[in-house]
Design a binder for this molecule. Structure first.
Ligand SMILES: C[S@@+](CC[C@H](N)C(=O)[O-])C[C@H]1O[C@@H](n2cnc3c(N)ncnc32)[C@H](O)[C@@H]1O
Length: 335
């Protein structure tokens, strides 16, 4: 490699001058050795001593995902991929459309370079089964599916292969957290690794019973209770909430029901356990709020109570025309 050799004292000024004149070779690192500096150049430069030296090549860090993939994919394809990124702690999960699966390795490597995360996985199935997990294929990085996700000041440890977790519900969790009052007794019927209970107990002096049928989710919930400094109490229960709830000897001021595909089948359990004046945070997949409001109303009315709908919102889109909807109902005894 051709270099300009200068005494170390002149290194900076010479470097700036060569850069200004467009003579410096920016692909290699400057070297300092034995009182001299060696600046890579593209050609012989008059007025300087030129020597040949081995210099280390600069690592080219591509500054964005599009730049890395621009020769492989169209701009639209890149944009679609970019919006499919789910970042959970140090892990990225990508949704790669069928027509790009043949390029999954290039895409995975690009995502690793772009995000500098620990691992890149690709979705291999929809979320399925009772415990609501999906199949993942490892693409790049280190195949370690355990990570710690930070959300609203809490740390959530989980294994993305073994438990359900969606970072896309972060705003919804904060909204529910913000509506909680100190002193509430809360039941999270389908708590997963505990993102609702841990966040709520971090910020409020409350008592939470958190139930999940997935043993791994409860294992991580217990770790999450331990690694976060909580104001409130969270007690973890592993099992089917229909069975577990038989052991509760009091009612609850709030019941969280985030199992949107099936929560409606547990509304009878919630109606039995809600306090007069308590709130049910009910979720379902639907194209409207009417169906959920009717289901909630029917369930509480069958127990001689009535429900006042205090809030409804679309949490996220699940497929064209269908939403993960949230319905908050305040339940009162009929006068
Ligand atoms: C959609 S995930 C929600 C998890 C958590 N609330 C969150 O927001 O990340 C639903 C959870 O319900 C659990 N589950 C499914 N059926 C259940 C049942 N009958 N009793 C208790 N938990 C159940 C699953 O294991 C899963 O972790």
């Amino acid at each position: 490699m051709k270099c300009v050799k200068v005494p170390l004292k002149q290194l900076n000024d010479t470097r700036l001058k060569l850069m200004e004149d467009g003579l410096m070779n920016m692909d290699y690192r400057i070297k300092a050795e034995d009182e001299f500096g060696y600046i890579p150049v593209n050609e012989n430069v008059e007025g300087y001593e030129i020597v040949c030296m081995h210099l280390e090549a600069m690592k080219k860090v591509p500054h964005n995902f599009s730049e890395i993939l621009k020769d492989e994919l169209t701009e639209d394809e890149i944009e679609n991929l970019r919006t499919s990124f789910d970042t959970i702690g140090d892990i990225v999960i990508l949704e790669i459309p069928d027509d790009l699966v043949s390029k999954k390795q290039i895409i995975g490597d690009a995502a690793l370079k772009f995000t500098k995360k620990q691992a890149i996985y690709m979705k291999k199935s929809a979320i399925k089964g009772t415990i609501r997990i999906r199949d993942l294929e490892f693409l790049a990085g280190t195949d370690d599916s355990v990570t710690i996700h930070k959300e609203h000041g809490v740390r959530l440890k989980l294994d993305v292969r073994q438990v359900y977790f969606s970072p896309r519900l972060a705003t919804e969790r904060l909204r529910v957290n913000d509506s909680v009052c100190d002193g509430e007794r809360i039941l999270d019927m389908f708590c997963g690794i505990g993102p609702f209970p841990v966040l709520i107990a971090k910020n409020h002096d409350v008592d939470i019973a958190a139930v999940d049928i997935n043993e791994d989710a409860i294992k991580y919930l217990n770790e999450n209770i331990r690694i976060n400094k909580l104001k409130g109490n969270v007690k973890a229960y592993c099992g089917d909430v229909r069975e577990v709830s038989k052991s509760f000897n009091h009612k609850f001021d709030r019941i969280i029901m985030n199992l949107p595909g099936l929560a409606y089948t547990f509304l009878d359990v919630a109606a039995d356990l809600i306090e007069d004046g308590g709130t049910i945070n009910y979720y379902e997949f639907s194209d409207s709020y009417e169906q959920g409001i009717k289901r909630l109303t029917d369930a509480v009315e069958s127990r001689g109570m009535e429900v006042e709908i205090i809030n409804t919102r679309k949490v996220k889109s699940t497929s064209p025309g269908e939403w993960h909807v949230a319905i908050d109902g305040k339940v009162h005894m009929k006068k």
